[in-house]
Design a protein around this ligand. Structure first.
Ligand code: PHE
Ligand code: NA
Length: 500
């Protein structure tokens, strides 16, 4: 069996951008920026991008390319005792994929609904009561919702077919089509949003800088948190994608390209989302601060309300918005599912089709059983919260501390990256990766734990389901350790790489 390579550097960059540009760009970044200083947030945000995002991206790209393996194999090659980190990242990816598919499926239905504004006068009731049939409870997995189930089945089928087709024929080809398509669709949407009454007030709400905010540590931690999540770094995705790079490819320029492309898309999304929110504030008189300006509420309540109110081309606007969510979410989903699939290929010598069918199939079944139910929204909310606030943050922290400090591999990685890159890294990279990034991750973790223990109003749900959340976040770690122990004495099968 032969391990594939990307067909071209552009293909790799587009696939990495496809992973990075996701729901987080559209429904997370605008709200985070708005809450944390508006225009002034761009300062901590760009600092976070350059001092943590890109340095960690460089580390993950280099590990992937140098050790030619998905996360467990790559970390085992960094050091025999580090394999657990890779399996832990695999577990986190599995959990994320299970609920990510549901959001894409909802967005697919909403694109269809926007044509006739099927959600009616009250999108909020429609979403919760009619569409999701949310029970508000946690154990109602018995009631299967066929509409959502079928759309999710389509999402999983398309994902597994593309992954089964391979890195070059599947992932690279679809990225080359979908990333330009996303840009065009979203670009038209933003232009239409900017023509609306109230758009300028929306942009003012988004961009007006609150310079006081820049003095608050919480705002800085929010900026770093957004960067880690947004670049899909810390849990094996970028290591896996980079493992298909040819050895001579440039690392650092690719990292800068992916980092800045993702951030540009976030700022573009901030403009589109806030122009649209300004419009609805203008029409309804309800200020932006009192609307749902992030997450599920933004996409599935605020946007339908906007679409209901639009003076022209409402259906087109809705289709463009939800199609953008589907495409942005789906390219991220592919990158998440590739992590466990590639792990089985590289670590057990399974063929691609077998790995995709077995691992992808199992994930699809769990996802299709749990999510299209009356407890689906609750499951998604709690899982998303714990995996993002704790799983990803701790896994990223451990992977850096072990690689840079415990195993002292940064010099080796630096030389490896520099050997083929135009832009060289040195002591500044070390300080960013080895000091600034872990300190910020530790700070984020501290705030997250404090918030959780404080029973933040509006977060009751997370406090109520702490046992489940901790079991999940802890279970991912335990899975990593157990897999590594089981495989400790078993060598990695020899897999040749394609000719370069
Ligand atoms: N980077 C993606 C975004 O900004 C989020 C993501 C999370 C992607 C987890 C893959 C896995 O939306
Ligand atoms: Na992103």
């Amino acid at each position: 069996m032969v391990r594939e390579n990307w067909g071209s550097r552009l293909g790799f960059i587009l696939a990495a951008i496809g992973s990075a540009v996701g729901l987080g760009n559209i429904w997370r970044f605008p709200g985070v920026a708005y809450e944390n200083g508006g225009g002034a947030f761009l300062v901590p945000y760009l600092v976070a991008l350059t001092t943590a995002g890109i340095p960690l991206l460089i580390m993950e790209f280099t590990i992937g390319r140098r050790y030619k393996g998905s996360a467990p194999v790559a970390f085992r090659r960094v050091n025999r005792n580090a394999e657990a980190i890779g399996w832990w990242q695999v577990a986190i990816s599995i959990v994320i994929a299970v609920y990510y598919a549901a959001i894409i499926a909802w967005a697919g239905w909403y694109g269809w609904f926007s044509i006739s504004q099927q959600w009616g006068e009250d999108p909020s009731t429609f979403l919760i009561a009619d569409f999701l049939q949310d029970s508000g409870g946690f154990g109602d997995f018995g009631s299967w919702l066929p509409d959502i189930g079928i759309a999710m089945l389509a999402v999983w089928a398309f994902t597994l077919v593309v992954i089964g087709a391979g890195v070059k024929k599947g992932i690279e080809t679809t990225s080359k089509v979908f990333i330009p398509l996303l840009l065009v669709m979203f670009g038209i949407l933003v232009v239409q949003a900017l023509t609306l009454d109230g758009a300028v007030e929306g942009l003012n709400a988004f961009f007006t800088p609150d310079w006081e905010a820049v003095r608050e540590p919480g705002v800085w931690l929010a900026a770093y948190g957004q960067i880690f999540f947004s670049l899909s770094i810390g849990f094996g995705i970028m290591i896996t994608y980079a493992s298909y790079l040819k050895h001579k490819s440039d690392i650092t320029t690719s990292a800068f390209t992916v980092g800045f492309a993702n951030s540009s898309f976030e700022i573009l999304a901030g403009i589109g989302v806030f122009a649209a929110l300004g419009f609805i504030a203008f029409e309804s008189g309800v200020p932006i601060a009192e609307q749902s300006y992030a997450g599920v509420g933004l996409a599935f309540i605020a946007f339908p309300t906007i679409i209901n109110t639009l003076p022209y081309l409402a259906g087109l606007f809705g289709v463009l918005f939800f199609a953008s969510l589907v495409v942005a979410g789906w390219t991220s989903m592919v990158s998440i599912v590739q992590v466990p699939v590639a792990a089985m290929e590289d670590r057990f010598g399974w063929g691609r089709v077998k790995a995709t069918a077995v691992v992808g199939g199992a994930m699809a079944v769990v996802s299709l059983v749990l999510l299209p139910t009356a407890s689906g929204l609750m499951f998604l909310d709690v899982t998303d919260y714990f995996i993002n606030q704790f799983g990803i943050v701790v896994a990223a922290l451990v992977s850096i501390v072990v690689t840079v400090w415990v195993l002292w591999r940064w010099k080796e990685l630096r030389d490896d990256a520099n050997a083929t890159s135009t832009f060289k890294v040195g002591p500044i990279w070390f300080v960013c990766l080895g000091v600034i990034t872990p300190v910020m991750l530790a700070g984020i973790l501290y705030l997250n734990v404090r918030d959780l223990l404080d029973a933040v109003p509006g977060r009751e749900v997370y406090n109520q389901y702490q046992a489940f959340g901790w079991a999940l976040a802890g279970g991912a770690l335990a899975f990593g350790v157990v897999m590594a122990l089981i495989l400790r004495r078993r060598d990695v099968p020899a897999i040749e790489t394609e000719e370069e």
